[in-house]
Ligand binder design. Structure first.
Ligand SMILES: [Zn+2]
Ligand SMILES: [Zn+2]
Length: 347
């Protein structure tokens, strides 16, 4: 392909299709083939064009009819029908509004990789966050007790930190100034304790604490549980505080009952940010609680809670809500430069 040609190369085209499918909430199995094909051809260089020429492209593992069509078009300097259709149908804004707050964000504090229940490798999440213009992404895979999500033991988390550092080091060589930060989405246990050792939590940059079990606990016990967690000096962000699900393939789930004034007052006093979880099926906290947390002087983080690279774009849903309520960007911790964020999270 000559340098003047502006249509995407084969790897770029496959990644773009996967991104667009993920941000429009397609099931992972529909996306997998495109991500796998991109990974297959990434190291091949000129061999891709040679195989297109020789008609041997589909002999490669994981290259089928749909992905071959995309690759062949890209090698010929064209945009495939599949990509053009997706761009047209799903490439526009996800939501009305939120652009100003979104433009103020420098990072995302809540994301998952295939080390727990995400669908993509760590480096793909990081690289996509960089492409979205972020300065940092916090990788926050689940903690051990969340077995359904393949939560990380202390030993696995220790190994993951080595990968996180290696990815940051690699991306530093691109000169983009991007950092993948060490994090966790740690379960809040029934008594409010956190589901990871203090030693491991202390090695991280940012910690999101969330309730994932016994969501229907009676309100007094739930309040004690959440207050204890947000007052823990190791907690930085209270993730999706009500646990509700408002739509989507997992069905709906009522919000947990707790004394929100007590919980948010504890957040404000201890400097723990209340997460505006931007996943469309969560939309958490509900507007009444979000307004209450604003009135009580809380800090906030607007997080994608992405389980796939394209879902990193979900953040704008939370930005639209923040903008509508008039939340000042200064109170959103992920509008802060990385040094300030790290100083806040590790006083
Ligand atoms: Zn969660
Ligand atoms: Zn999460």
């Amino acid at each position: 392909m000559d340098a003047a040609n502006s249509s995407p190369g084969p790897v770029e085209a496959l990644r773009r299709i996967a991104f667009l499918l993920e941000r429009s909430r397609a099931e992972t199995y529909k996306v997998k083939a495109f991500r796998a094909a991109a990974a297959t051809i990434l190291p091949l260089g000129d061999e891709v064009a040679q195989r297109v020429e020789a008609g041997t492209l589909r002999e490669l593992p994981g290259i089928g009819a749909a992905t071959a069509e995309v690759i062949e078009a890209a090698v010929a300097g064209r945009t495939s029908e599949r990509l053009a259709t997706l761009e047209r149908e799903t490439g526009g804004p996800l939501v009305e509004g939120g652009e100003q707050v979104r433009a103020a964000l420098r990072g995302d504090l809540h994301s998952h990789s295939d080390w727990s229940d995400g669908g993509s490798p760590i480096e793909e999440m990081a690289f996509t966050a960089l492409e979205l213009g972020h300065d940092y992404l916090v990788l926050t895979d689940h903690s051990p007790r969340l077995k359904v999500a393949n939560g990380l033991s202390a030993a696995r988390l220790g190994r993951q930190l080595e990968v996180v550092d290696a990815v940051t080091e690699h991306l530093a060589q691109t000169g983009a100034g991007f950092r993948l930060l060490r994090g966790i989405e740690v379960d809040i246990l029934d008594d409010g304790a956190l589901d990871q050792t203090d030693e491991m939590l202390g090695r991280l940059d940012v910690r999101v604490a969330s309730v994932h079990s016994k969501l229907a606990m009676e309100p007094e016990a739930m309040t004690r549980r959440m207050v204890a967690a947000v007052r823990n000096p190791l907690t930085n962000v209270l993730g999706h505080c009500t646990g509700r699900l408002v739509t989507g393939s997992r069905g709906t789930r009522a919000q947990s009952q707790f004394d929100a004034e007590q919980v948010f007052t504890a957040c404000a006093e201890s400097g723990t940010a209340v997460e505006i979880n931007a996943r469309p099926e969560r939309r958490d906290p509900p507007t009444r609680l979000l307004q209450l947390a604003m009135d009580l002087g809380c800090l906030f983080s607007i997080d994608s809670d992405a389980h796939a690279p394209g879902q990193l774009d979900f953040q704008v849903h939370g930005c639209a809500r923040a903008e509508e309520l008039g939340l000042e960007p200064e109170r959103i911790v992920n509008t802060w430069p990385v040094e300030r964020l790290l100083a806040w999270a590790n006083p």
